[in-house]
Design a protein around this ligand. Sequence first.
Ligand code: ATP
Length: 239
Amino acid sequence: MSDILLSLKGVKTYYGKIVALRGIDLDVHRGEIVTVIGANGAGKSTTMMTICGVTRAREGQIIYDGENITTLPTHQIVKKAIAQSPEGRRIFGRMTVLENLQMGAAVIDYAHFEEDLRMVYDLFPILEKRQSQRGGTLSGGEQQMLAIGRALMARPKLLMLDEPSLGLAPLVVKQIFEVVKELNEKQGLTVFLVEQNAYHALRLAHRGYVMINGQITMSGGGKELLSNPEVQAAYLEGG
Ligand code: ATP
């Protein structure tokens, strides 16, 4: 079994004639937290969507758990234990918290529902308090917790998070990132995180990639990038 869980090799993605990813190479090892940081419009969400097959790579390959998934339909990719918490959270606003979590578990036919629900409630106790409340009535932070909880109900091998900090208060961001760290340390969960919030993302991640205009321009250890003057000037100062 390879140490690499996910590998992108020369991935190019277009929206019509517009190129969004210009040949991305990156690896995520088993048990790692890897982040892609970059400004608005750099191509972070497109990277995530391309991995899930929602947006198709026109060139290059996506290898997951030793298998080429580049052209697989999204529903088959999801079945391979890749779970995503998308940008903007996309929770089901009219459904209750509990129903949202049931939706996450549907992917694996509710095989471990009670056990996994307990795990999610232990990670995010506020979700248990709010379990009968409609998703749309939750605060932004609670909705983000619900989106992550829903992804966890699918028992992912790879958890992908798209800008979990977006629009949230610093304290809530800290709390959510601590849970991600705990999941990684205690359960060995592999996490792929794309973030504009470079400070929090690089502090959390074992390794990071910097993306500019659809290209990876720099990579290194999370702490190493955090102390890199170019990264500091572009993404951290005043941020
Ligand atoms: P954000 O933080 O805003 O989500 P991002 O780094 O995730 O930024 P993407 O959303 O992946 O960036 O966008 C990459 C590029 O592709 C941008 O230039 C964007 O305008 C373009 N783009 C994204 N979605 C579409 C689309 N559906 N149609 C056309 N162009 C798109």
